[in-house]
Design a protein around this ligand. Structure first.
Ligand SMILES: [Zn+2]
Length: 349
């Protein structure tokens, strides 16, 4: 570490700044970053105040009662919220039987292939482009509540999952509304199913199986993104953390886009920029600049405008440099000190 590290080593999103003389900590030097996003949270299960205090300015809620999350998202102040609305799943599928699933947060969809009459009816509806079937109705419900993404559960370890025709119908309905599809893929073959069905995002980096290189290359080439959620596996022990970190490393090497996310609301997790999540990302091969990009990624929006309401991230010096840029503990300790400050309080150096 040096007094004046080369900001370019932290990537194009980092700026060397000092805090203005009329704010808090006048003259303190550090690094300015864009507002940081936790791309996987559940705001019906956790209060976001601590996350905001710990440097997270925006969150993406990936499973809630659509009316409740729409109300939460309209609340003034931080964090800025984007959301999926309900979990879409097969009848009896995950998480319909989970005690933590908030009332009204699950929509169970029957197979579109299960009944020939329904299938023929769907075809007629498509031809007439009029009445929507049950899949379209459920996707439209989330869209009407203001969802930015459609969340589906494909958890073969915890109940039935969509068959391929139903999964395809959900993806098609979401595309009609201009919404990406984000999948919880868990259990044998589920990440593969999501990749083959051209799902946009995996809400957990695959953690049940080591994906082969060819499948990972296909996911990256298709533009799929993976939300990291590595700290929950580190916390829980067992093989999942190692499997997920290895998958992320090869996904990154193949050009895949990784989004920082913690699944805040899933048990006991430190709120704010989570040093365990950052350290695991570095272990997966993301240097400090790549971790910053994963934290500042505008997904599910195309541009960062939704997070930018006069606030920026300030990380006090000393910033990592040299070998520390790829050191898990050094990068984690640095980013865990991130604070949200008014942009006007920061002056370029
Ligand atoms: Zn989750």
């Amino acid at each position: 570490m040096t007094d004046a590290p080369d900001a370019s080593a932290l990537g194009p999103l980092a700026r060397r700044v000092r805090r203005s003389l009329n704010g808090d900590h006048p003259g303190e030097t550090g690094t300015m970053l864009p507002p940081l996003v936790d791309h996987h949270v559940h705001l019906q299960l956790v209060r976001p105040d601590d996350a905001v205090a710990g440097g997270i300015a925006a969150v993406v809620d990936l499973g809630a009662d659509p009316g409740a999350i729409a109300t939460i998202a309209r609340t003034e102040g931080l964090p800025h919220v984007r959301y999926a609305g309900a979990f879409l799943t097969a009848p009896g599928g995950y998480p319909s039987d989970r005690p933590w699933a908030p009332a009204g947060s699950v929509r169970e969809l029957r197979s579109v292939d299960g009944d020939a009459d329904a299938s023929a009816e769907r075809t007629r509806e498509r031809e007439h482009q009029a009445l929507a079937g049950p899949v379209e109705a459920v996707v439209d419900e989330q869209w009407r509540f203001g969802a930015s993404v459609v969340k589906i559960a494909l958890n073969a370890d915890a109940g039935p999952v969509f068959d391929r025709p139903t999964l395809d119908a959900v993806v098609a309905a979401a595309r009609t509304r201009g919404l990406p599809v984000a999948a919880h893929a868990e259990g044998p073959g589920m990440a593969e199913l999501a990749i083959e069905a051209d799902v946009d995002v995996l809400v957990h980096a695959p953690f049940t199986d080591r994906l082969d290189d060819e499948l990972i290359a296909r996911a990256a080439a298709a533009g799929q993104s993976w939300i990291s959620t590595l700290a929950i596996h580190v916390r829980d022990g067992g093989p999942a953390a190692g499997i997920a970190i290895d998958n992320v490393r090869r996904f990154r090497d193949a050009g895949g886009r990784v989004l920082y996310g913690t699944d805040l609301g899933n048990g006991d997790l430190r709120a704010g920029v989570n040093p365990d999540e950052v350290a695991a990302l570095v272990r997966a091969g993301l240097a400090a600049s790549a971790v910053i990009a994963a934290l500042a990624d505008p997904w599910p929006e195309r541009t960062a405008g939704w997070t930018d309401a006069g606030v920026a991230t300030f990380v006090p010096d000393p910033a990592p440099s040299g070998a520390d840029l790829a050191d898990p503990e050094a990068v984690a300790a640095w980013l865990a000190a991130a604070q949200i400050v008014p942009t006007e309080e920061l002056e370029p150096r």
